[in-house]
Design a protein around this ligand. Structure first.
Ligand code: ADP
Ligand code: MG
Length: 639
């Protein structure tokens, strides 16, 4: 596999070929990945940090170590070079180091299943290669995105080991030789490609350290200055963190200067080790200045950022939650143990999800006004969740809020609605429509008003869409009140006394018959209403109607919307009905009759939110006004 050649007597040099898959990987890194090249620094820092941790553990039991008291730290320097020389960057750690055999093994000849897996995924559409390279156990090679040559000089912590140098230009081989280095640890010397000059700047390097490695637990010095914050807020105990710190951290992270609705800081050690600091932002739309451009939380492992936007921990309908999840149980190169990794991710996800939902329940309970504001911003997410993730239904339903006939503009949950239900009420009632004002005047509400039964106003187009999924909540059926077969509790005798005189059977039937002829097959049936009080007519949905609630959505979505057929119920006690019926007896040919029936029908459609184009009614309304004005004028004449 490797070829050793002695190139000179006194400086033995060995040349090795990279494993085939590494060669292929290098080729891709050097020539086709241009996005997020700054992650090379994250990978080198992450390796340095691992080496420091291993050193730390070694020195706990072993004092026979080179430079036993050296500070555990990472140094990044930009050496001066001549104007026309390529720029350079050096990353140095005082970690465990590598001896000759280790460097050969670790940086090129070890079998690399991670490299193979990485390569197999590179072509895939949503695979963000540079972003995830560290997870495949081949992060080191990302230096070849920015460097035309890399020299690694390392000296192991073992006192009798000698320093060794590894050099490669990232093509197909690397060189190993002895080196001069008196102190413990590893130095990575990068000779930058011309198009990567930008990284030879303290300012730029500090910025990258802040971005990816701010919470690495060893100091990272860029030049003389420490560039990382080192302690991570989420690793502190909640009791040790000031409200101000949470706020600052959020602002730093997001550049969102509106205070978040909720801050969720928690830790768990079983079943998985987990530290999390999550935020519910105040607004759904991030400002243009926002730093966080995508949904997802930041996923850390061993204090190293491994995914900037991790969407696997929360369901899509909670993807507005932002923040940090940190777990030491996540192996740094996760793909090697895909199964284990997915088990850990599932456990993390379960914990994070449960905790986030609990926070929202508490918010709803303790600060309903804040929750209402939250609902206005993010309620849509929950409804979308219901549509796209029906298995989450039981989880989602308690978070839904509606205005209702009994809530005086406040929002109510289904739970609170049930609590207010009188004992005789068995079902949860809702009315569909275009907006609060129009449903508040819905004729369907007549019998509910007289019986003082609360009705939920479903005025979001999504509500109609979701109706089929909302069959039941806590063993109570949900019922649309335009339902033809709706049974309501009987009224007490005394409550019915003030109802208006009832139109005689003959003129009433005559009127009903005329409605049938005028409206033809636009309606299923015309019949007497048992419940209407203030409204002359209403449209109810036949019990066998298909897609009853979703039909109305077609109006928004579909050019070929067909008005669904309903049953028209007529209020026998309404003065408009009795006047029209008497007119019909006396002057069956009066234009007023058909025009009025048409208008009653179409007004009811508007009321239902089913009218395809209410503007079409205007000419008829003018005609009706004309007839009314004429009749009135004639009346005046006669006087
Ligand atoms: P990973 O870090 O996932 O193992 P890398 O490609 O980043 O994969 O690194 C390969 C190996 O090289 C590491 O596992 C480690 O053994 C060795 N290595 C890299 N950088 C250092 C360093 N600064 N000090 C000691 N060993 C290192
Ligand atoms: Mg690594």
């Amino acid at each position: 596999m490797t070829t050793n050649e002695q190139t000179s007597e006194d400086t033995p040099q060995e040349a090795y070929r990279f494993k085939a898959e590494i060669k292929q990987l290098l080729n891709i890194l050097a020539h086709s990945l241009y996005k997020d090249r700054d992650i090379f620094l994250r990978e080198l820092i992450s390796n340095a940090s691992d080496a420091l941790t291993r050193m730390h553990f070694e020195s706990l039991t072993n004092r026979d170590v080179l430079d036993v008291d050296a500070e555990l730290a990472i140094h990044i320097d930009v050496p001066e070079v001549d104007e026309d020389e390529p720029k350079r960057v050096v990353i140095r750690d005082t970690g465990i180091g590598m001896d000759h055999d280790e460097i050969v093994q670790n940086l090129g000849t070890i079998a690399q299943s991670g490299a193979r897996e990485f390569l197999s995924q590179v072509g895939e559409a949503d695979f963000d290669a540079s972003d995830v390279i560290g997870q495949f156990g081949v992060g080191f090679y990302s230096v070849f995105m920015v460097a035309e040559e890399v020299q690694v000089i390392s000296r192991s912590y073992k006192p009798d080991a000698t320093a060794v140098s590894w050099t490669s230009d990232g093509s197909d081989n690397f060189r190993v030789e002895t080196a001069e280095k008196s102190d413990r640890g590893t130095e990575i010397h990068l000779t930058l490609k011309r198009d990567s000059d930008e990284f030879a700047s303290d300012w730029k390097l500090k910025q990258i350290v802040k971005k990816y490695s701010d919470f690495v637990r060893y100091p990272i010095y860029v030049g003389e200055e420490q560039a990382n914050q080192q302690t991570s807020l989420w690793r502190k105990r909640p009791s040790e963190v000031e409200a101000e710190e949470y706020k600052n951290f959020y602002q730093q992270m997001t550049m969102d200067f509106e205070e978040p609705v909720s801050t969720i800081h928690f830790a768990s050690d079983a079943p998985v080790h987990l530290r999390a600091l999550l935020y519910v932002p105040a607004k759904r739309e991030p400002s243009i200045l926002a730093l966080r451009k995508e949904p997802g939380v930041m996923l850390y492992s061993h204090n190293v950022l491994i995914q900037e936007y991790c969407t696997d921990l929360l369901p899509d309908w909670l993807n507005f939650v932002d923040g940090v999840v940190d777990s030491e149980d996540l192996p740094l190169n996760v793909s090697r143990e895909t199964v284990q990794q997915s088990r850990i991710m599932r456990q993390l996800a379960r914990t994070v999800r449960k905790r986030a939902l609990k926070e929202l329940s508490q918010l709803a309970e303790k600060e309903p006004e804040k929750y209402a504001a939250f609902w206005h911003e993010f309620g849509r997410s929950f409804k979308e969740g219901l549509a796209t993730d029906p298995s989450a239904k039981d989880e989602i339903l308690p978070y839904l809020r509606y205005v209702s006939s009994g809530s005086e503009g406040e929002l109510t949950s289904l739970e609170a609605y049930i609590e207010r239900m009188p004992e005789s009420q068995e079902e949860i009632y809702y009315v569909l429509g275009d907006d609060e004002q129009s449903v508040a005047r819905s004729p369907h509400l007549d019998p509910f008003k007289t019986r003082d039964i609360e009705v939920l106003y479903w005025v979001d187009p999504l509500d109609a869409f979701l109706a089929p999924m909302m069959q039941e909540f806590k063993d109570k059926k949900l019922r649309n009140i335009d339902d033809a077969g709706l049974e309501l509790p009987q009224m007490e005798e005394e409550e019915v006394v003030d109802s208006a005189p009832i139109l005689d059977e003959v003129p009433f039937n005559l009127f009903v018959g005329r409605c049938v002829t005028t409206l033809g097959d636009r309606i299923v049936e015309v019949r007497e209403s048992k419940v209407l009080k203030d409204s002359p007519v209403r449209l109810v949905t036949p019990e066998d109607a298909q897609d009853r609630d979703t039909q109305r959505l077609q109006r928004f979505l579909d050019q070929n919307y067909e008005v669904p057929k309903r049953i028209m119920e007529v209020n026998r006690s309404h003065p408009l009905v009795s006047n029209l019926a008497h007119l019909l007896e006396e002057q069956p040919d009066s234009d007023l009759i058909d025009l009025s029936i048409e208008q009653l029908y179409e007004s009811a459609l508007v009321q239902e939110g089913l009218h395809p184009n209410p503007l079409q009614m205007l000419p008829r309304i003018e005609e009706l006004m004309l007839l009314a004005a004429e009749a009135a004028a004639n009346g005046t004449d006669r006087n």
